[in-house]
Design a binder for this molecule. Structure first.
Ligand SMILES: [Zn+2]
Length: 129
């Protein structure tokens, strides 16, 4: 399950960060997920619910922001990509070709999977290191 391993890495990164700040609890996590990652939002949330058990993330709310794909072509085209139906799989897949001239395009946006924001409870007193 692609989503599970991705979420595992995200959860680990957040918990590591929370430890640095000596967080007591994490309230909210905002993720940005590009549409070209093919990560399912529901599956991501499901994985998060399992992984957060017994951690500082236990009560955290997970928000997922979808990032639309943006491509650039040598002909000057810049924008979204076309989606086509691939018959044999019955799924919609993005066509990584320029809608204007048909050349291969360069992906500018849509492949990211980033932690945009983490809200956590930290002690009021600065921690001495
Ligand atoms: Zn083009």
């Amino acid at each position: 399950m692609h989503e599970f391993s991705t979420m595992q890495a995200i959860v680990n990164a957040i918990l590591e960060e929370a430890e640095k700040y000596k967080a007591k609890e994490i309230n909210k996590v905002v993720l940005q997920i590009g549409e070209l990652t093919f990560l399912g939002e529901e599956q991501m949330k499901f994985a998060f619910d399992i992984l957060k058990e017994g951690t500082l993330l236990e009560k955290a709310e997970l928000l997922i922001e979808k990032v639309q794909a943006r491509v650039r072509c040598k002909c000057g085209y810049k924008g979204s990509i076309d989606y086509g139906m691939k018959e044999e799989f019955h799924i919609t897949i993005p066509i990584l070709k320029c809608p204007k001239c048909g050349s291969e395009v360069e992906i500018i946006k849509g492949r990211e999977c980033t932690i945009k924001k983490v809200e956590m409870e930290v002690p009021d007193v600065p921690v001495k290191r």
